[in-house]
Design a protein. Structure first.
Length: 634
């Protein structure tokens, strides 16, 4: 289990860990970043690690000559928390390693601390010009890594992992793409800083504690590390190591069309196999290799082991299914709830629509209800299914009604998009669970609550397309994104109206149409298109649309469709423009099903509980979590 969810509160993370053990044989957990005396700071100021849970934005005075003791004092809460994690792991028969990670050039968004790197060169993301570390600062940084490692083992961990991948600080030292230094710690000596850190840590923690380093299998950027470079560098690190942790890429490479990190656009791109690179590195270094990234199924695990990996790292997989490792080891891969790669786990606060209990284990741990009730759930989309299944698990008798001929609601529409076809596994799993545990009545439109013989009624009929927001003389077809997902292909040119929709619907709708050869323009009323999408995913999606010739106009509203043209208004200047259109596709913010409002106010003698998009349209993860919370509360 590789590091993730470092921003869960301590109590939540401990519950999260307990739920996943026993299972993984090794747990690698975030355990701080080295703090050091930056010579560019005013005298006596030192920065705290970003993982310091007491205060993400903290700085401490650093007394002359006493910096290490001040830093250790600041690290003490992390050490106490690490000891709790180690106790949980050891009780389950697992080892616990603490990972030391310094974001370097990405530090300012992580903890509002200065961006630092071996060279003052920009990356693609984030586009910051970092402070170039002096040799003295690098020396101090090496000492800080060694001290941090000693504290981790002293806290009860079985070893340490040093993060030197993904474009973070140490990766930038190793890479010729980033490191422009010509003397010490540069050129042919780029790996010297990592060697110094590993040698120091090994001396500090002794010969029996585990020591690993996370490296990129290759960087996927022009002029960056190749797998042969990594193999040669790893061989130089081998004398101090217990294992190597290999994963893919870093935050750059988008301009060259590369998928970059594992957690970037996992539903938009196919990830290359790391097996060949892992074999190259393993042969050169002669130490066990852990391969991490993109593992979501038992078949993925088996393929990596067959390809030469000694260990397989999991993160997303164990978010989506707490029992992932147990099911793989038991040969029960068919029972796994697979990650769909939707990237909701990259947000703060994090969530997972496949497993709404992830990070909320104490709240959503299902226990038997004191008394059985009859529950009617109207709407078989994500919110309704989550509510119904949780209520059934509590022991209630649940009947699920849906006017459609199949379950899934909006989710059943979305899986028609090739970009989201992997979400089908989630829909299939929900459908199977509902069929097995609920009284499912499809093709059943409910408009009379009195006809429902139930103690509790849950209304989860989802959202409907909002009004167009413009006038039309009928000279151009007006469709919705749902129509496009159902296969409709109107005459071009097509204007996709995004309105104030902050997520991917306008962009993915445009992609479907443009991929079929239609000329497409997206118009959004927002200053930037799709601001709610994780930035690296958005960057890649915009690149794909650019290749398809899709034009995007922001801060613009559609006022009217007349004579086969759309009249648009620039919201910042008031200027108008006319764009020829053959059809208009509405992909803007949806609205709650108006039937839900009427039903809730119908005077029925029992309360009607409205959940999900029927209450307020949001993303799938919100609907699932809301439904699960309500069902678990009955």
């Amino acid at each position: 289990m590789t590091p993730h969810l470092g921003r869960l509160s301590s109590a939540r993370f401990l519950d999260y860990l307990r739920e996943r053990l026993p299972g993984p044989g090794i747990v690698i957990t975030p355990a701080g970043a080295p703090t050091y005396a930056a010579t560019s700071y005013p005298d006596g100021i030192g920065t705290l690690p970003p993982s310091y849970r007491g205060d993400q934005d903290a700085v401490l005075p650093r007394a002359a000559g006493g910096g290490a003791e001040v830093a250790r004092s600041a690290w003490a809460p992390i050490g106490s928390f690490l000891a709790q994690q180690a106790a949980i792991a050891h009780e389950a028969g697992a080892l616990l390693l603490g990972q030391i990670h310094h974001p370097g050039a990405e530090r300012s968004w992580d903890a509002l601390q200065p961006s630092v790197a071996p060279s003052a060169s920009d990356g693609e993301w984030p586009t910051l010009r970092p402070h170039e570390l002096s040799d003295a600062e690098v020396d101090d940084l090496v000492a800080a890594y060694v001290a941090n490692a000693a504290w981790i083992v002293a806290a009860g961990a079985d070893g340490v992992e040093v993060h030197a991948a993904h474009g973070y600080l140490l990766n930038r030292f190793l890479s010729p793409h980033y490191n422009r230094r010509t003397a010490r710690y540069g050129g042919e000596h780029r790996w010297a800083v990592l060697h110094a850190i590993l040698a120091g840590i090994r001396a500090a923690i002794g010969p029996t504690a585990l020591l690993g380093v996370r490296l990129p299998a290759w960087e996927q950027v022009d002029g960056g590390l190749t797998s042969e470079d990594v193999a040669a560098g790893a061989a130089g690190c081998a004398p101090w190591l217990s294992y190597l942790n290999l994963s893919l890429g870093n935050h750059d490479g988008l301009a060259a069309g590369r998928p970059v990190l594992a957690y970037t656009t996992p539903w938009l791109v196919e990830r290359p196999s790391l097996s060949a690179a892992a074999a190259t590195v393993r042969a050169a270094a002669g130490v066990p290799v852990l391969v991490t990234g993109g593992v979501t199924s038992a078949a993925d695990v088996e393929a990596l082991l067959a390809g030469g990996a000694d260990l397989v790292g999991i993160a997303r997989a164990v978010i989506a299914d707490a029992g992932f490792a147990r099911k793989v080891l038991a040969g029960d891969g068919a029972a796994i709830a697979e990650c769909i790669g939707c990237n909701e786990c990259t947000y703060v606060p994090f969530s997972c629509p496949v497993n709404p209990a992830a990070g909320r284990e104490a709240e959503l741990r299902i226990t038997a209800a004191a008394a059985q009730r009859t529950v009617a759930v109207v709407g078989g989309g994500p919110a309704g299914l989550a509510a119904a299944l949780a209520a059934a698990e509590r022991g209630h008798r649940v009947t699920l009604y849906d006017r459609a001929p199949r379950l899934g609601g909006r989710l059943a529409e979305l899986v028609r998009d090739p970009a989201r076809v992997r979400w089908t596994s989630w829909l299939d799993r929900l459908t199977a669970q509902a069929t097995a545990r609920l009284d499912v009545r499809l093709g059943a439109a409910v408009e009379d609550l009195a006809a429902l013989d139930a103690d509790v009624v849950v209304w989860a009929t989802g959202a409907v397309p909002g009004p167009p927001g413009f006038t039309t003389d009928g000279s151009a077809a007006v469709l919705t994104s749902s129509d496009v997902l159902a296969g409709a292909r109107p005459p071009g040119p097509v204007l996709v109206v995004g309105g104030t929709e902050p997520h991917v619907d306008p962009l993915l709708t445009a992609r479907l149409l443009a991929a079929d050869g239609l000329p497409v323009r997206v118009v959004s009323e927002l200053v930037t298109v799709a601001p709610a999408v994780e930035q690296r995913t958005l960057n890649h999606l915009l690149r794909l649309l650019s290749e398809l010739g899709v034009e995007i106009t922001t801060s613009t509203q559609v006022a009217a469709i007349t004579g086969g043209a759309a009249r648009t208004v620039a919201l910042l200047s008031g200027r108008t423009n006319e764009v020829p259109v053959g059809a208009v596709v509405l992909a803007h913010t949806r609205r709650a099903d108006p039937l839900a409002t009427r039903i809730a106010a119908s005077g029925h003698d029992r309360p009607v509980h409205v959940v999900g998009d029927a209450l307020a349209p949001r993303r799938l993860t919100h609907a699932v979590l809301e439904g699960a919370r309500f069902g678990a509360s009955l």
